[in-house]
Design a binder for this molecule. Structure first.
Ligand code: CA
Length: 377
């Protein structure tokens, strides 16, 4: 493209953004009916009674007022109520008050509840592809996964998969980059990981398993005691903000940076039939409020992590890095896990292909821009 062509094309593009500043002849038609996150699925719009007040029964996988995740969904509920002028009322059911924490998917699928707030990787037993909608070890950052979801086909694939369960998901927050976890003893090399009993769920757990770790699944309330008594040798959780409240630093003081959950998505998922009966305005309000919770939660994790990191440093907890042989083994293990799951499940293969396409391009751009900047800041 020569300079003149470049100027012409950028002028047209900027006119599309700021229509008022351009002549009619410069205007390009914009289809305002289609925007990221808006579904084109016609089955979503049926049988609408605009004047009806609707109550949404929304269950979560977190205790009441659980920091960031629980409080985030409380703000979402309040926001939807306000912007709908009360036509939508969200009744929140924290973990185990209406359905058990990990029964929310089935309860929403069957219509017992209308919506839930949780994490897609909890449902990998239903379909291994679902774990990919949370993220991938060595995969997307929070910013990159939002880009894949909204502009790389991720959200469409997610909705296509969940529709088989009568569910319609939205992004409902992101933990932002997670820490590698807390260890009772330092990790000097890959040999120190062999046979290590570690609480680590999801695809990260499968990767660690291939590396020789023995992944253990434990309810949140049992992790601290298990770590203290040596029933487990290590645990990952989220990041400084939530980890410090669990007190892991008191019994396993070696804290490692991570790569197993670089930007995990949380979900705000609706019963599809229920959602389809809301008016277009109500659906749009939920879209807007879910977009808000998705971005705000990511930033809140960041803001609280930076404070909690200082508190940990004041307690003489330092951040360690895994030795390079651990990282190399992790990358090899990830390839094996992806290859195994792809050969067993066409859905996994299809979603992974979409991720791989976006991620390989994203890595080049992020390396050329953000990585350079962070290394030099
Ligand atoms: Ca985690």
């Amino acid at each position: 493209m020569n300079r003149r062509e470049f100027i012409t094309s950028t002028t047209t593009a900027s006119c599309a953004v700021a229509l008022g500043a351009c002549n009619d002849s410069d205007r390009q038609a914009i289809d305002y009916s289609k925007h990221p996150g808006k579904s084109t699925d016609k089955s979503l719009h049926v049988n609408v009674n605009k004047n009806k007040k609707t109550t949404i029964k929304l269950a979560t996988s977190w205790p009441a007022h659980f920091p960031i995740m629980g409080t985030g969904v409380e703000k979402f509920a309040s926001r939807v109520n306000t912007i709908s002028s009360g036509s939508l009322e969200i009744k929140l059911y924290p973990k185990n008050t209406l359905v058990p924490a990990l029964a929310v998917f089935d309860a929403c699928s069957s219509g017992q509840i209308d919506a839930f707030h949780s994490g897609p990787y909890y449902w990998k037993g239903k379909n291994s592809a679902f774990s990919l909608f949370s993220g991938l070890p060595f995969g997307f950052t929070a910013e990159e996964i939002n880009s894949w979801m909204l502009f790389g086909g991720g959200l469409d694939l997610w909705r296509e998969q969940y529709a088989k369960y009568n569910l319609h998901p939205f992004m409902g927050g992101n933990t932002n980059i997670q820490m590698g976890g807390w260890y009772r003893k330092p990790i000097e090399s890959l040999a120190d990981m062999q046979g290590l009993k570690m609480r680590i769920p999801g695809l990260g757990g499968e990767v660690f398993s291939k590396m020789g770790v023995n992944p253990i699944l434990l309810p949140a309330g049992e992790i601290y005691t298990s770590l203290e008594r040596g029933v487990i040798d290590a645990t990952e959780w989220v990041g400084p903000a939530l980890d410090i409240k669990m007190g892991f630093h008191k019994v396993a003081p070696y804290y490692y940076s991570g790569w197993h959950e670089p930007g995990s998505i949380l979900e705000l998922t609706f019963n599809k039939q229920f959602f389809s009966k809301l008016s277009l305005e109500q659906q749009a309000m939920i879209e807007v409020a879910s977009s808000e919770i998705n971005s705000n939660m990511t930033y809140e994790f960041h803001a609280q992590n930076i404070q909690a990191l200082q508190e940990l440093k004041n307690m003489n907890i330092s951040i360690l890095e895994y030795p390079s042989d651990v990282i190399e083994a992790g990358k090899i293990a990830l390839k094996e896990v992806v290859s195994d799951l792809s050969s067993k499940n066409r859905d996994f293969e299809k979603v992974y292909e979409s991720i791989d396409k976006h991620l390989s391009l994203s890595k080049e751009w992020s390396d050329a821009s953000l990585k350079y900047f962070l290394n030099n800041r």
